[in-house]
Write a protein that binds this ligand. Sequence first.
Ligand SMILES: Nc1ncnc2c1ncn2[C@@H]1O[C@H](COP(=O)(O)OP(=O)(O)O)[C@@H](O)[C@H]1O
Ligand SMILES: [Mg+2]
Length: 275
Amino acid sequence: MPRIIAVSNQKGGVGKTTTAVNLATALALEDHTVLLVDLDPQGNASSGLSVPKSEVTIGVADVLLGFRDLPDATVPTCIDGLHLLPATRELIGLEIELVEASRREYRLKRALDAHADGYDFVIIDCPPALNMLTINGLAASNGVLIPVQAEYYAMEGLSELLRAMNQIQKGGLNRKLVREGIVLTMVDRRTRLCRDVADQLREVFGEEVFTTEIPRNIRLGEAPSFGKPVHAYDPLCRGAVAYTNLALEFLARIGKTDEEGDDSKVIELHAVEAS
Ligand SMILES: Nc1ncnc2c1ncn2[C@@H]1O[C@H](COP(=O)(O)OP(=O)(O)O)[C@@H](O)[C@H]1O
Ligand SMILES: [Mg+2]
């Protein structure tokens, strides 16, 4: 089975989609097969890979509702080895449609269990909310990768997410969910605030924060408007290099851990909240 990673933070604009698209791309460029799941009704990961949601006829909503199997809805991308399960317009109303559905928290998990075994990695781009779509993402995942923008309110958003993850574990929706790590995004080390917040996060979360920092880089912001991951838009820019480094650091980390019974990284929420 693939390793399934939710990219999540209920704050908007922190770099979730940028991280999901470009980390997935970097993993594919390292010769892994990757499925990127666009769970955000805004469909930014899909449009960032030249699949605008207005043009998608079969997408993630059809899979979650059980109308279609995963392979019918996935599409190839401009990157070899990277497939996309695109967002569709219907995703907006999905929450309501799922209210009556059985085992509605496990719709994505069920689809991935049935049809994702050919992939090495599944990367899920979650919406900026702790709603049923995000719960589907977290219930289906092995781990959560948390992009954090180094700014004043970063910590606040983070503790909310950690609390939700804790509920998902303790409530039994997904007891094995671990924190895959925290990624600092849009880092500008020239500003004092950014340095302070980054340093504080490293103090509190230690090695959980990836050594690789994603710099603020204009190319990362431009690439989606050309429907490309940054590696296809400007492979030598600082943003592309940073996401490649992030992928390599991530691969090195998981190479060290045992996929099944490793509880050492499981969230210790009390420790987090106390700090
Ligand atoms: N490292 C970066 N440097 C410059 N712009 C970035 C960077 N990361 C993200 N952006 C831009 O910031 C905005 C928000 O990023 P996005 O990944 O869409 O966040 P989220 O998915 O968390 O809402 C987008 O316009 C994106 O292009
Ligand atoms: Mg997004």
